[in-house]
Every structure is written in structure tokens, then in C-alpha cells.
Design a protein around this ligand. Structure first.
Ligand code: GMT
Length: 384
């Protein structure tokens, strides 16, 4: 199939999943074209069957705002005509589903050309945060409904979409996935020793996110503060975003900033996860929690919030621990129990890896996308 994948290039689960899907489809002999404003985060250097098309949004003195939606729709039309796209797969509804819809309408109105099918994948914040804002919700719901196929990354997001938006489309759940040949523990003892400063008894706790308010960065510090009062530990903060400075301030207020290491954005996440003992994810909302899945693949037990799609990823008490997002003490307690009980830690880490291998590897999930593409291509077109 000729597939155009539209995504945001920045650090964030939706871009990562879109890029991983593009790579996996190209490996399976499809012709894939990534359409984005920049080469997405975690893109491969070069891969046969995978090309990148940049969306440029020129500024004009007359127009105060950059016209991303129009530039993107234009680029999709251009790529589709030039490369005979069968599918336009928009990751993140706003405004990608709108741009894909517009592009399809333009192609349908130009004589003789092929009209690709549009598939939209909902990732979370496009529904739970932005989509539920009334200034976006009607357009978002319309564009989702106009797609030829819609997927969501969890059952929870599927339900949230029906609850929060007036969407009629049949939404298929296809969970996120990892390239399990890359995402597995490969421990570098020297790297670990650098963070622990050679102190073997020091545990490494890690948090990876884009530090948006939804991630509760200050709660990460509060939980870590409670852990550190009972267990010698260091906290690695990976990523950057608006609340990173709040996290730093909280660590200073608690007098623990010398135990908190800020690593900023990192492309290579596996080496860092592979030296960690515990992952904290106390988000107020998480439609899936790709970061938790990456940790589990590297055999790092996760202590997270019982919200959104996280219970579909983590089996509480078996492959990790879940608590209501406001239960800082409960999360700290689970973390300390894990860090002080080696057998328990080993059992959870092993079960987490087994769950990833069984349910969330590319080899399991990518065929689901292929089947869905084929199904959508075989559907009768309903005139709109
Ligand atoms: O979590 C974010 O801030 C980024 C956002 C995105 O746009 O990528 O993440 C959402 O999509 C990911 C990939 O499907 C999910 O793993 C995240 O759980 C989801 N984030 C939220 O629902 C807050």
C-alpha cells in the first residue's frame, strides 16, 4: 500500500507511535511517506520505503497567524497526487484529521485523480483536553466522523471520545506498540555507576515526559521525596516542557535537588531506562501511557496513576502498581516496597516484560493496522 502518515514531529507519544508505524510498515514492504513540519523525533537515518515530506507554513505580512492547516492540506494533496496514496493516516485529530479531510475533498473534486481513504488515530489530548474545549469540539467531531476509518489507542480513549465529543463513527481500538527488538533492557553498569556515584545501594528512579501540567511534575518530586526519606535514591528527569522548572523548584524547596538529575530531552531512551529501578508516572490523565510501556519493556516496574488507559497497559499488582493520581503517599509506599523487596521487584519486572512481548510488540500490533487499512480500502465509499 502507499501510505501517507501525518504527525507532529515533536517529543510526544503520538509522533513516536506514528514514526514507529511508518518504520514498521516500510519494513513490511509498504511505501510510506511521513508528512510533518520536521523530521520526527526518533526517525531512522535512512530506510528503504520510507520518505519524509516537510510541511512549510510561510508567513505573509497580511496574515498574522501561520496557516498550518492549509499548508498541511496542500502538502497532503501534492504528496497524494505525486505518489498515488491509498491511505492518508492522520495521527492526532486536531488539526490533522481536518487537513486530511480537506485534502481528500480537494482530490475528489479534481477530475481523474485517485482519492485516498482517510484514517484518523486519536491519541488522547486531542480528545480529552483540546477536543472537549467547545471552541474545537464541533470541528473535531465533524472531521473525526468524516474519516473513512477511526482508531483510538485504548478502550478508555474510545469511551472518552463518545462521552466528550458528539462522534458517531465506529472507533476501532488499536493499542500503541514498541519495536521490541530495540526496546529491551541492556544495562550499562558504567552509566549506572555515574548516576549512583558508585553507591551500589542507591536506587535509580526515573520519570520521562514532556512536563506538561497533565504529567504532575511536582507530584513526581513529592513521591520521590518520600521514597528518598526511606531508601537511598536518585531521580532522573528525562524530557523538557513547561513544568520542568516547577519540578526543579519543588526539589529545591524539599532540599533534595542534589538527588535530582535533569537530563533534558533524550532521543536514546533505552540506555537510561535500562539503568533504572523504578518509573514514576503520576499523571492526571493518560490515554495510554507510552512512556510506561517503554519502561516495562526495559523491565522497569512502573508506579502510576489509575487513570485513562493506564489500567489497560498495567495490571495493578502484577505488572506494576496503580493508585488514584492524588494518592502521593500510596505511590511512594508501592515504590518503597518495590525498591526494598528484590524478589517482588524481579517478579513485577518479569511480568511487565512478558505483558509487553505478548500484547504490545510491533509484530503483534502492526498487522492490526494493515488489516484495518485493507478493510477501510474495501469499504464502499459513502457520498458526503
Ligand atoms: O502525553 C502527551 O503529552 C503527548 C500526547 C501526544 O500527543 O503524543 O500523548 C498522548 O498520546 C500518547 C500516544 O498515543 C499516549 O501514550 C499518551 O498517554 C497520551 N497523553 C495523554 O493522554 C495525556
Amino acid at each position: 500500500m502507499n501510505v501517507g502518515i501525518v504527525c507532529y514531529p515533536t517529543v510526544g507519544g503520538s509522533g513516536i507511535v506514528a514514526t514507529e508505524l511508518a518504520k514498521a510498515l516500510a519494513e513490511r514492504a509498504h511505501h510510506v511517506r511521513l508528512i510533518s513540519t520536521e523530521v520526527p523525533f526518533r526517525s531512522p537515518e535512512f530506510q528503504v520505503g520510507l520518505a519524509f515530506h516537510a510541511v512549510q507554513t510561510p508567513g505573509y505580512p497580511l496574515l498574522r497567524e501561520p496557516q498550518y492547516l492549509l499548508s498541511l492540506a496542500n502538502k497532503i494533496v501534492q504528496v497524494s497526487r505525486e505518489h498515488d496514496l491509498d491511505i492518508i493516516h492522520a495521527h492526532y485529530a486536531i488539526p490533522h484529521a481536518a487537513a486530511a479531510y480537506l485534502a481528500r475533498q480537494i482530490l475528489a473534486n479534481s477530475p481523474g485523480g485517485k482519492v485516498p481513504r482517510v484514517i484518523t488515530t486519536l491519541h488522547g489530548t486531542d480528545v480529552t483536553l483540546i477536543g472537549s474545549d467547545r471552541s474545537y469540539s464541533e470541528t473535531a467531531a465533524f472531521c473525526i466522523d468524516q474519516s473513512d476509518g477511526v482508531t483510538a489507542v485504548s478502550e478508555s480513549l474510545r469511551s472518552d471520545t463518545y462521552r466528550q465529543l458528539d462522534v458517531q463513527a465506529d472507533i476501532k481500538v488499536i493499542p500503541n506498540f514498541l519495536d521490541c527488538s530495540i526496546h529491551h533492557r541492556s544495562e550499562d553498569l558504567k552509566l549506572r555507576a555515574r548516576f549512583t556515584e558508585g553507591q551500589e545501594e542507591t536506587s535509580l528512579v526515573i520519570h520521562v515526559s514532556n512536563f506538561r501540567p497533565v504529567k504532575q511534575a511536582e507530584a513526581v518530586i513529592d513521591i520521590f521525596g518520600r521514597i528518598r526519606s526511606q531508601v537511598p535514591a536518585k531521580l532522573l528527569l528525562v524530557g523538557d516542557g513547561p513544568d520542568l522548572d516547577k519540578a526543579g523548584r519543588r526539589a529545591r524547596d524539599l532540599g533534595i535537588s542534589d538527588s535530582v538529575v535533569q537530563l533534558g530531552e533524550q532521543e536514546q531512551i533505552v540506555p537510561l531506562l535500562s539503568v533504572a529501578d523504578l518509573f514514576l508516572l503520576p499523571s492526571v490523565q493518560e490515554s495510554f501511557g507510552l512512556a510506561a510501556l517503554e519502561a516495562m519493556a526495559c523491565q522497569v516496574p512502573v508506579v502510576a496513576s489509575h487513570v485513562g488507559g493506564l489500567p489497560e497497559v498495567i495490571d495493578d499488582g502484577v505488572t506494576g502498581f496503580l493508585h488514584p493520581p492524588e494518592e502521593i503517599n500510596g505511590m511512594a509506599k508501592s515504590a518503597v516496597r518495590l525498591l526494598t523487596d528484590r524478589r517482588r521487584h524481579r517478579a513485577i519486572a518479569k511480568a511487565a516484560l512478558a505483558a509487553v512481548v505478548q500484547r504490545f510488540c510491533a509484530s503483534v500490533i502492526v498487522p492490526e493496522y494493515e488489516t484495518f487499512y485493507a478493510e477501510v480500502l474495501n469499504r464502499q465509499v459513502v457520498a458526503v
